[in-house]
Design a protein around this ligand. Structure first.
Ligand code: UDP
Ligand code: MG
Length: 316
């Protein structure tokens, strides 16, 4: 049986881009349906993320074409939340959901690849940029450094994958069990598990309008990624505390040696050792308290402890 596909697209002030995107997607949908790759009732769902321009007007107009539908958020909540809102709305009607940006930077023809992998039984298919040639040098450099930093922090993340991916109804329903408020989908989706695959594509330039991710938002997003998924920064404080305390012990030995040799400066040793020892102990204590805060932090997320893939009782 053919699966019903919903393409979810968060849009923030995209009046310039939407008509172009809609045209390209309409053609794509029609070909996919003609080629019998998706169910004829498949749709493109635009999510208006509290835009201040004519975005919603355009979406309502597009709705006269059966392939288009939309939801409007009450206010601007940011790309990640808009995406999630769209996915959670679409999951009621769809069998599979593809998420992508409104600016056609992600090659829509990669969807064929996604569907092939889906036919092979994958629940999640990640779109991965084969090269970043068309991104600015700055964006490329910072992004790559950031992926490395994230993996050092113990966050499992697919390299060069933005939020262009296919998820089955099942995978989205599993994602719904993650109750966290701080959202970094790229890091969260891999936690869902299941059979996954990667499809490579060439990333294009934005065709109209400007990037809605200025440096300030990018930095915010980057910090969100680390702090919402990792407690390693806290552990770093603990290590630093240990390290400095260790130095104070070395200092103590040094002082004892100088004293034994007999050329100690009066008063110097007490001050220096106290500084290092107290500094180290303080950092260590903050680190330990931090460890507990880290635990509380992870508990409050109330993440599901497991997600069942197969249940023989239910004859799957
Ligand atoms: N976007 C959104 N809400 C925001 C910012 C951006 O829904 O607050 C959408 C935007 O309309 C686009 C996608 O998120 O569809 C990615 O934004 P953009 O292309 O500007 O980011 P970049 O590709 O420059 O990182
Ligand atoms: Mg873009």
């Amino acid at each position: 049986m053919l699966e019903k596909l919903y393409i979810v697209i968060p849009c923030y002030n995209e009046e310039e881009m939407l008509p172009i995107t809609a045209k390209a997607l309409l053609e794509k949908m029609q070909t996919l349906i003609d080629e019998q790759k998706i169910h004829p009732d498949s749709k493109v769902m635009f999510v208006d993320d509290g835009s201040k321009d004519k975005t919603w007007e355009i979406i309502t107009k597009l709705h006269s074409i059966p392939y288009f539908t939309g939801v409007k958020l009450s206010r601007n909540k940011g790309h990640q939340n808009a995406l999630l809102a769209g996915m959670y709305t679409a999951v009621e009607y769809a069998d599979i959901i593809v998420s992508m940006d409104a600016d056609l930077q992600d090659d829509i023809n990669a969807i064929d690849g996604f569907l092939e992998k889906r036919a092979e039984g994958c629940e999640i298919v990640y779109g991965v940029r084969s090269s970043r040639k068309k991104d600015t040098k700055f964006k490329r450099g910072t992004a790559q450094g950031y992926y490395k930093l994230l993996s050092k922090m113990g966050v499992e993340i697919t390299y060069n994958h933005a939020d262009y991916r296919l998820m089955s109804k099942r995978a989205v329903e599993a994602l719904q069990q993650f109750k966290e408020v701080n959202l970094f989908l790229r890091g969260l989706v891999p936690m869902v598990g299941f059979k996954t695959a990667i499809v490579e594509y060439e990333r294009n330039e934005r065709q109209a309008g400007e990037s809605k991710y200025p440096l300030k938002k990018m930095i915010g997003f980057a910090i969100e990624g680390i702090t919402s998924l990792s407690v390693k920064p806290i552990r770093f404080i603990t290590f630093l505390g240990f390290f400095i305390f260790f130095i104070s012990i070395i200092m103590l030995i040094k002082v004892l040696v100088t004293w034994a040799i007999g050329n100690a400066v009066a008063g110097w040793s007490t001050i220096v050792i106290s500084i290092w020892a107290i500094g180290g102990l303080q950092l260590l204590s903050i680190g330990i308290i931090g460890e507990y805060i880290g635990k509380i932090y992870l508990e409050t997320k109330a993440r599901p402890k497991f997600i069942i893939e197969k249940n023989l009782e239910q004859g799957e």
